[in-house]
Design a protein around this ligand. Sequence first.
Ligand code: G4P
Length: 525
Amino acid sequence: MAKTFIDEVQSRRTFAIISHPDAGKTTLTEKLLLFGGAIRDAGTVKGKKTGKYATSDWMEIEKQRGISVTSSVMQFDYNGARVNILDTPGHQDFSEDTYRTLMAVDSAVMIIDSAKGIEEQTLKLFKVCRLRGIPIFTFINKLDRDGRPPLELLAELEEVMGIESYPMNWPIGMGKEFLGIYDRYNNRIEQFRVDESERFLDLNEAGEIEGDHYIKQNALYDQTLEEILLLNEAGNEFSSKRIANGELTPVFFGSALTNFGVQTFLETYLQFAPSPQPRESTAGKIDPLSENFSGFIFKIQANMNPAHRDRIAFLRICSGKFERGMTVNLPRTGKQIKLAQSTQFMADDRSTVNEAVSGDIIGLYDTGTYQIGDTLTSGKDSFQYEKLPQFTPELFVRVTAKNVMKQKHFHKGIDQLVQEGAIQLYKTVKWEEILLGAVGQLQFEVFEHRMKNEYNVDVVLERQGSKIARWIENENIDESLSSSRSLLVNDRYGNKVFLFENDFALRWFQEKNPDIKLYNPMDTS
Ligand code: G4P
């Protein structure tokens, strides 16, 4: 029987994987896609290393870095669910887009390398998820190698991230002595490196192996039982409600590389991860099951095809159904747009999408119509979804036009790229010099490239390095407090911001000026 619209929406699971580079995001993604039948061979997602995408015609920077648009969104079906995985690039590809992608998901999967614990980039991405209160599922990876004791990892998770955890399973040994996982949730043991038929070993009501089994002879089994006892007595209680509210993270142990624990993770994840949820708008909360189509643009990928100077705007559908050729409203401009060209993304292919529902992501060809954060609605609806937050930039450059005769184009280009959300604009209070802020180096490179290709302006970028940006609550600020170590600038809305050279400069300034109230808009603590 054909699925109804409501079934379709409720089958959607849209998430991003957040992790520090090398924790195993690519490997896990690949294993998930293999389960879903979306790819046939391992290695498909690894465009970066195999150079698989080198022949495609994406913009130069993308080619050089091996970023693949096709891997921005990956979709597959599993056990009746339609899974959309949104990519959050790491390394130098890290940008505001990475953060904004988290605005478009309903949950997040956090991968932690068992030998390394919580790392910097994971923490940054986690904070953005926390801000939205979305459910976070944790996968502690690389158990086939020696890592840190699981109890220590759990303590770190709770202390550093400030989220409570519930281990769904628990490792029995690790590295060379890794025997498998004790699955608390399914009351079974999943054995490592055994024949498929022996993989699962059911436990009795007391949570122990019934009868004789070689695992029982191993001291590691006794240790696991002791730790499980400790978790049962002193650990957090399982609560699907608290998971849904993002207050409790279910923790899974496994090894993505050896495909161990991945299927159990996927199946449990699909059970507890939310389908699309209502989203705030200027017309109140919009129900994803509402028949009227609506969505918002969270990412614009520029110049995929240099011959056409086109872009792709990524739209998250928040309600209703998308049908190719439909006419929608763009409330920001009051214009109507026919959505004739749309793209859906798969791991190894781009294909035209004819229909999609709440929870899905589609790519719209864009010739300058959209801005990041734009809402699209259908019918008589003309509301706007909540603004996407402005993320605190960490890297700054001073920018000028190489050719002073090109000032007009220079300012036009900057204005448009800033409005589009590609980069953030600041001006020094004293001389009105233009500074650009970003969360990742890639944004500057894309900016430079687009200024040249789209506005015909060569720019000079002078690196200012990383700075700590803090907005100011006070209305009037003594401008003489501006110095090279604490530079006073205006953001594009005219709000005053101090850019501190480093943590030391920030603390020193606060001690000297206790009356000035500084804040970081992204601070969740
Ligand atoms: P990333 O996308 O998060 O950056 O990580 P990626 O999956 O590329 O994994 C980083 C490295 O960690 C890779 O090794 C990968 O094979 C390895 N890895 C991932 N999961 C596991 C695991 O469960 N166990 C073990 N032992 N290793 C794992 P590499 O040598 O850097 O790359 P490659 O040459 O193998 O591709």
